[in-house]
Design a protein around this ligand. Structure first.
Ligand code: SDX
Length: 432
């Protein structure tokens, strides 16, 4: 939240019983105000406590700006609406990672590198054979990404980091597509150098050796849009995980593999799969969406309206707005009618007028409509979070790179407030 009235000469005053402490202020380029507590414990002996880090800034970053009250999302200062309408995923990835929109020469070189690093080592194919048929593709993805460190060892930050960034960006879609083919028992389809990123991903998933497969333009464009919208989102759970692991100077592949695991959770990236499962449950329950609105409002039910709510956005998620419009367009162009879309729209319409959701500022988030589009594209539900990971990869990489290149970057090591037993003597077994 920005505050134009505060300046860097101001300090925050903290009173603990009869002692007063002055804490410096930090102000961002969008006038966000932070109280710098890096010396708090040295000065006062106290630490702050902020369960879930809802009020705690872990870093200063120049990559993504979100204003949750105004529904603003900008990558390196460019509004998401502009990038969604005018850019593409490769250009947006370059922007996030290197900090500026590439010129023609930079973009051509970046695209060439991604095209020519998209194969994975043939030995990596053996890892797929070891997974059971029903293995969740997110578990495969994180394992395969971590194994890249065996093929491309990283000794020291400056050795091959940019090449490893390109390798990971280029190979993740191949790994994702191969994990899908493994799950459906079909032969792997290799990347093609004549296809763009999104088109090649769809081709690797849905082509078969026995016949030519033309990627529908509407599907390619819809995936490219989805990837742009998921590309970064400042210090969310998985990005903070990537930074946390990277802060120990673990290599890029290990850091991203950890981020994939964090994204997998149903409260985070796994929500897009949960949304579809929730909508299908409502459909199979006679489409009674009002019943599920009631369950979401009843704490005892433990039911959550998946795809609703957000830690930062408190009016609307700009990505959800774009995806809602895109869902209508993609389904129409594909000639798909999906009753789940109608249920989703009915849920949104009711929830936005209901005091329970209004008071808690619960609105559709990025995951609420994305699954409808993935479904219309023929992507199976268990691959939805993998598609989220594909989109988020440039953001994770950009944040990891920024953290590693920050002068004086320290290992993440939060404190705690201990609430366990105080000191007590050991009790011998015979006396317990
Ligand atoms: C993503 O951080 C990011 O930027 C994430 C992300 C990204 O791009 O990286 O945007 C992607 O993860 C989007 C979120 C996807 N998750 C879901 O859709 C799961 C459903 N949503 C909730 O679990 C929840 O809203 C969270 C996890 C998204 C946010 O959790 P918070 O900020 O901790 O909020 P909270 O749980 O404290 O909720 C506040 C209140 C509570 O009620 P009270 O105790 O005040 O009475 O709102 C209620 C919650 O019970 N609530 C919901 C709800 N979400 C919150 N009630 C019903 N349905 C919901 N979905």
């Amino acid at each position: 939240m920005s505050n134009q009235n505060i300046t860097l000469t101001d300090t925050a005053k903290l009173f603990i019983s009869d002692k007063e402490y002055d804490l410096p202020i930090t102000i961002g380029t969008e006038n966000e105000v932070g109280i710098d507590i890096s010396q708090l414990r040295n000065k006062s002996g106290a630490i702050t406590f902020d369960s879930g880090y809802g009020n705690t800034g872990s870093c200063q970053s120049a990559i993504t700006f979100i204003d949750g009250e105004k529904g603003i999302l900008q990558y390196r200062g460019y509004p998401i609406e502009e990038l969604a309408g005018k850019s593409n995923f490769i250009e947006t990835s370059f922007l996030l990672i290197f900090g500026h929109l590439p010129n023609k020469k930079e973009l051509e070189r970046f695209q060439f590198q991604l095209t020519h690093h998209s194969l994975i080592h043939e030995d990596m194919k053996k890892f797929f054979e070891g997974f059971p048929p029903k293995a969740h593709p997110m578990g495969i993805l994180s394992a395969m990404v971590s194994s890249l460190s065996a093929f491309y060892p990283e000794d020291g930050y400056n050795v091959d980091v940019e090449l490893n960034i390109v390798r990971l960006l280029a190979k993740l879609k191949t790994i994702a597509a191969f994990s899908f083919k493994k799950s459906v028992g079909q032969p792997y389809i290799y990347p093609r150098n004549d296809l763009g990123y999104a088109s090649d991903m769809i081709h690797m998933m849905f082509a078969v050796p026995s016949e030519a497969y033309e990627v529908p333009k509407v599907v390619e464009e819809a995936l490219d849009l989805l990837l742009i919208l998921h590309a970064d989102h400042e210090q969310n759970c998985s990005t903070s995980t990537v930074r946390m692991v990277g802060s120990s100077e673990a290599n890029l592949f290990a850091s991203i593999s950890a981020g994939i695991c964090a994204l997998w959770g149903p409260l985070h990236g796994g929500a897009n799969q949960e949304v579809i499962q929730m909508l299908e449950k409502i459909k199979n329950d006679g489409g009674d969406y009002k019943k599920y609105i009631g369950l979401a409002k009843n704490k005892e039910s433990k039911f959550k309206l998946m795809g609703f709510g957000h830690r930062v956005y408190k009016n609307f998620d700009p990505r959800a707005k774009i995806l809602k419009a895109s869902a209508d367009r993609v389904l129409k162009e594909l000639g798909v009618t999906d009753p789940l879309l109608d249920i989703a729209k009915n849920l949104e319409e009711i929830a936005l007028k209901d005091d329970f959701f209004i008071e808690r500022k619960l609105y559709p988030n990025v995951d609420f409509y994305s699954g409808i589009i993935y479904r219309a594209m023929g992507i199976p539900t268990n691959m939805f979070t993998v598609m989220f990971a594909l989109g988020r990869l440039p953001g994770w990489i950009a944040q990891w790179k920024e953290m590693r290149e920050t002068p004086g970057a320290r290992i993440y090591r939060p404190r705690q407030i201990y609430i366990g037993d105080t000191k007590r003597p050991y009790i011998p077994l015979e006396k317990r």
